[in-house]
Write a protein that binds this ligand. Structure first.
Ligand SMILES: [Zn+2]
Length: 382
């Protein structure tokens, strides 16, 4: 006997309908339950904050550029395959990942999420992972072997450090609140303090989720719509950065290996980083969406970013080799002494980074100083 399990194909149904699709035989009681659940889910989707700006960057590819926040979120890239979504990176907390998913539902598609990629182990790219366990229980988290290892080693400790660091900034914020001159400034500081308290409360019982699926150097997902090539191309921002490239649509998602801010080198490999970036130039991309800042067209910022890391590393190495201290190097090597930080690149960085708190010159100088300190410490990492 041939069973006739005829389930109607929900071709044009809403995602809520799909998520809660029931066999035709569902009893009336079940229908009432489903209606109630749909209403609850719809309210949850509608009430989530909008933390990102979603933009279609190519057919089947969207950038989710994080709006500025005290507790920063990384950008995401959403690849829409024939039957499912792959989302690159998971932000600084589960509620931010949940907010992104709700926004994707509102603005893009009801398709199920099947893969999440962690580009690297940093807190602001991975701490939303637990939200996907709840929101997309069938989804798998993918990363490189090295990034999974780093997440298991440092994930929980880094989460605590970030919460403690944020809380430690509250006395200073309260102090600034007292001396704030305008109502707008007071309002902004109060919002920051509230955000930190909410972050600390949310992360109180945080448990990291480790990726399910890892690869050594590359993994390709084949799909009717387009191919997605996940690769580890060498050490750079961390020991295990993953990039995602879609050859058909020429989109490259780079995490923090390449983005529109100053590099963060605290866990980096400054001598290897430019070489790893050079391998990205072999990919025929048109658009790059990095982990922070706006999407980039072409390879201009890739060149800027790489030249800056290479020149600064060279300068720090030569000064360190003759016995100079970090402080001495920070006074000797400044923005005007770096060819790679030309006026045009500096104004680009200021346009991406400025929150109006520092003058452009202060912003550039403080970033160069902290990059020097990190390079000094990480120079001979092996
Ligand atoms: Zn990072």
């Amino acid at each position: 006997m041939k069973p006739d399990h005829h389930h109607p194909h929900p071709s044009r149904r809403s995602f809520l309908g799909q998520a809660l699709a029931a066999p035709l035989s569902a009893a009336l009681l079940d229908q009432a339950f489903i209606r109630a659940a749909k209403a609850r889910a719809a309210t949850q989707v509608a009430s989530q904050p909008t933390l990102f700006t979603l933009t279609k960057v190519a057919p089947g590819a969207y950038s989710a550029i994080a709006k500025p926040k005290t507790i920063i979120n990384c950008n995401a890239v959403i690849f829409e395959n024939a039957k499912y979504l792959l989302i690159v990176d998971a932000h600084s907390k589960p509620s931010a990942a949940a907010a992104l998913v709700a926004q994707v539902r509102r603005e893009i598609t009801p398709k199920p999420i099947r893969y999440i990629v962690n580009t690297h182990f940093h807190w602001d790219h991975s701490e939303g992972d637990p939200a996907y366990r709840r929101l997309a229980p069938g989804a798998e988290i993918i990363t490189s072997d090295t990034t999974r290892e780093l997440l298991s080693q440092f994930g929980a400790a880094r989460a605590r450090i970030e919460v403690e660091g944020a809380e430690a900034s509250i006395p200073d914020l309260l102090h600034r609140l007292e001396s704030a001159k305008t109502p707008e400034e007071k309002q902004r500081i109060r919002r920051s303090i509230a955000e930190i308290h909410a972050f600390a409360a949310e992360m109180h019982n945080y448990q990291p989720e480790l990726p399910d699926l890892t690869f050594d150097s590359s993994l390709t997902l084949h799909d009717k719509e387009h191919e997605l090539q996940l690769t580890f191309r060498g050490r750079g921002h961390t020991g295990g950065d993953v990039v995602v490239f879609c050859p058909q649509n020429k989109i490259l998602a780079t995490g923090d290996l390449l983005h529109g801010w100053f590099p963060f080198i605290g866990d980096g490999y400054p001598r290897d980083w430019p070489k790893t970036l050079a391998t990205l130039k072999e990919l025929p991309f048109a658009t790059i969406v990095g982990g922070h800042g706006q999407a980039q067209q072409g390879d201009k910022r890739l060149t800027n970013f790489s030249n800056y890391i290479a020149e600064l590393t060279e300068a720090v190495a030569s000064q360190k080799s003759v016995g100079r201290s970090v402080t001495e190097i920070q006074s000797a090597v400044t923005a005007p002494s770096l060819h790679s930080l030309d006026d045009e690149y500096q104004s680009f960085l200021v346009s991406q980074l400025s929150d109006g708190q520092q003058t452009p010159a202060e912003l550039i100088a403080s970033n160069v100083k902290s990059n020097i300190a990190d390079i000094f410490r990480r120079l001979d990492q092996s």
